[in-house]
Write a protein that binds this ligand. Structure first.
Ligand code: FPP
Length: 247
């Protein structure tokens, strides 16, 4: 069954998502946590389909934070295995929809087989320009900003930059994926109203939507509803931030 997307006048170019609630969904259904993550992977596929149908170009999903390394080894192992399995099973869908895979985070901290498997898909999809899936993996915004600061300090130490010449652009340009537009919309599932160290710099001006739906149940209809909410919020300020009246 194909779900018809709603008619939207404008959509965000980049939507970032905190995929929360896999564990609680699993618990409520009497399933294991990893089954919750597996069902969550199906939601990622659904959101990619919905993004393609509505014209959202970049989807970023928070799959594994720097803090998630503190989870039980069995769950970490299960998540890493799920990433590889998802790539093995659904990579063709990335090609069919011409989606480029990118990773945001400390790729070097991932187990070598996982890193190699991901790097292969990144290489094979890097020529797709229209749609991008960013998976935030071993990602933390504070680690990212710290890393950017180190790069800038190095430039100062080399004598190529002076402290009073540092601008916001220097920080932006030293983040993990500096060429991506900032997300205009961030969606968090399962009701928690927190940023959890996610894209702190890039989300400065983003609209934030928190839904009670657990991530495994966040599919096309819920994504469309969020886009409609985003559009209503944008419309409220349309007189100030839109120049459509002049066209
Ligand atoms: C948060 O739910 C979810 C995660 C830490 C992992 C998200 C990972 C996936 C959905 C795997 C698939 C990803 C891709 C890109 C194929 P939680 O475990 O914190 O849930 P809880 O708060 O209810 O315990």
């Amino acid at each position: 069954m194909t779900l018809q997307p709603p008619s939207l006048k404008s959509v965000p170019q980049h939507v970032a998502l905190i995929m929360d609630g896999n564990g609680r969904w699993a618990e409520a259904k009497g399933k294991s946590r990893i089954e919750g993550h597996q069902e969550g992977a199906q939601s990622v596929r659904a959101i990619l389909r919905a993004a393609a149908a509505t014209g959202v170009e970049v989807i970023t999903v928070y799959a594994f934070s720097t803090e998630n390394w503190k989870r039980p080894p069995k769950e970490i192992e299960g998540l890493m295995k799920l990433l590889i399995e998802s790539l093995n099973t659904y990579e063709q869908e990335l090609h069919d929809s011409q989606i480029r895979l990118r990773i945001m985070g400390q790729l070097e901290r991932l187990p070598t087989p996982v890193r190699k498997r991901i790097e292969k898909t990144m290489r094979e999809t890097e020529h797709y320009a229209k749609h991008t899936l960013v998976i935030a993996l071993s990602y933390g915004a504070r680690a990212e900003i710290t890393h950017a600061t180190q790069q800038i300090a190095q430039a100062i130490s080399n004598g190529t930059l002076k402290p009073n010449e540092i601008t916001e652009d220097h920080i932006t340009n030293n983040l993990y994926l500096p060429d991506l537009p900032n997300p205009e919309l961030m969606i968090r599932t399962s009701g928690e109203v927190r940023l959890s160290n996610f894209m702190l710099w890039q989300l400065s001006y983003a609209e934030i939507i928190v839904t009670d739906t657990f991530w495994p149940e966040f599919r096309e209809p819920q994504f469309y509803e969020a886009l409609q909410q985003f559009e209503r919020r944008k419309r409220r300020f349309g007189a100030l931030d839109s120049n459509k009246g002049f066209s």
